[in-house]
Write a protein that binds this ligand. Structure first.
Ligand code: ADP
Length: 374
């Protein structure tokens, strides 16, 4: 019986070519699946290869192979001044990594860029040539979050430093007076000053913790029946002593048809307290009134005052984080500029709508509509 000889079949040229093709396709799909933009250039900075994400970051539909890199990648510095892209790429003798460049688009807009340029020696362009691999990523959002965080830390540390220094000074002074003079009135005065600063610090810490809760963005699952009438009356009795101390009258204007409101009591309370404390704080004479009106499917509250008022330009900004009006009357009062920012966040969570009417020197009216939540 003849046995069939098993012979090792040599790889044909055809097979080797299809292997290479497969390998090429694998590499192509690998770089196209990357979320970072990849561009490879030859030694002269002309584009030899790019992936799909590069088109996104560069905001173009296609790139012509052989085009100079600077025709699509227009780098600028952080101030927006144009830079020599080709010089930066060709000048990278070792790997360059930067988060300080921006890319400028044809419509003039810019985006913050992560840029990495690596010289490579495997050859793009002519076979055997060396070149550069450029990796790009839009980091605008990351950068703005970083800037916001830095600004937050700098404002908070600045805002904390003053009251802490005053408290330290006042307590030191009280100790000194108690020791040396025993003048109880003077000691009391110094301690009252320290106490005022401690209360301010407490307010600020409360604002910050409410802000962090609100920024996490979930309405706490405590939707309750709020008796709107009783709620307004309780606010009046809570704040009447503060108003009285400033010689202001605190009034209420309650719609007799007021019904039960279904909302987060915690948020409604926090928001109304912010409006009322501001109204008292920024009013030197006259009155503060809390209004409540029954609407079709909810309750509209408002707080009006006869205080310093807010200019038209500032009205658009009072809800911004850390915003405080640049005037003498505002600066006379302690404040962090966080209260109304927190208020707006909480209002969003409670699906409430805020509006503001104000005139400088006449007073302000903050209105908020709370819909019934299920
Ligand atoms: P602050 O801690 O400064 O009171 P807020 O966020 O509560 O911070 O308010 C931001 C700014 O809006 C205040 O600094 C003030 O300039 C202005 N503002 C808020 N409420 C009133 C008001 N009732 N009358 C006049 N100005 C107000």
């Amino acid at each position: 019986m003849a046995t069939a000889k098993t012979k090792k079949i040599p790889k044909t040229t055809k097979q080797t070519a299809s292997d290479a093709q497969l390998e090429h396709q694998r590499l192509e799909s690998l770089i196209n699946s990357m979320s970072d933009g990849v561009i490879a250039t030859d030694l002269q900075g002309c584009i030899a290869l790019y992936n799909a994400a590069a088109l996104d970051v560069l905001d173009v539909n296609a790139i012509k192979k052989g085009d100079p890199v600077e025709s699509v990648l227009k780098l600028t510095n952080e101030a927006g001044d144009p830079l020599d892209t080709r010089g930066i790429v060709l000048g990278s003798k070792t790997q360059l990594i930067s988060r300080d460049y921006k890319i400028k688009y044809t419509d003039g807009s810019t985006a913050a860029l992560y840029l990495s340029v690596s010289p490579v020696h495997l050859g793009y362009g002519k076979k055997g040539d060396s070149g550069f691999v450029i990796i790009i990523r839009d980091i605008t959002r990351e950068k703005s979050l970083e800037e916001e965080r830095d600004e937050f830390i700098s404002v908070i540390s600045h805002e904390l430093r003053t009251p802490v220094a005053i408290t330290e000074g006042a307590v030191g002074n009280a100790l000194f007076l108690a020791d040396k003079t025993g003048d109880i009135e003077k000691v009391k005065e110094a301690l009252e000053n320290a106490h005022k600063q401690a209360v301010y610090l407490e307010d600020m810490i409360n604002d910050l913790s409410t802000l962090s809760r609100a920024e996490r963005g979930v309405l706490e699952e405590n939707i309750e029946d709020i008796n709107a009438h009783e709620f307004v009356e309780s606010l009046v009795s809570l704040y009447a002593p503060d108003a009285e101390k400033k010689g202001l009258s605190l009034k209420s204007d309650i719609d007799p048809t007021l019904e039960i409101l279904h909302s987060s009591k915690l948020y409604v309370q926090e928001i109304m307290q912010n409006f009322i404390t501001n109204a008292i704080k920024y009013t030197e004479s006259g009155s503060v009134t809390i209004h409540a009106k029954q609407m079709k499917d909810g309750v509209q509250f408002a707080v009006s005052d006869t205080g310093i008022g807010i200019s038209k330009g500032d009205q658009a900004r009072v809800f911004d984080k850390f915003f405080r009006a640049e005037n003498f009357q505002t600066r006379q009062q302690n404040g962090t500029g966080l209260g109304l920012h927190v208020t707006r966040k909480l209002a969003q969570l409670a699906h409430a709508e805020i509006s503001l009417e104000s005139e400088l020197g006449k007073g302000s009216l903050f209105t908020i509509y709370f819909p019934n939540l299920k």
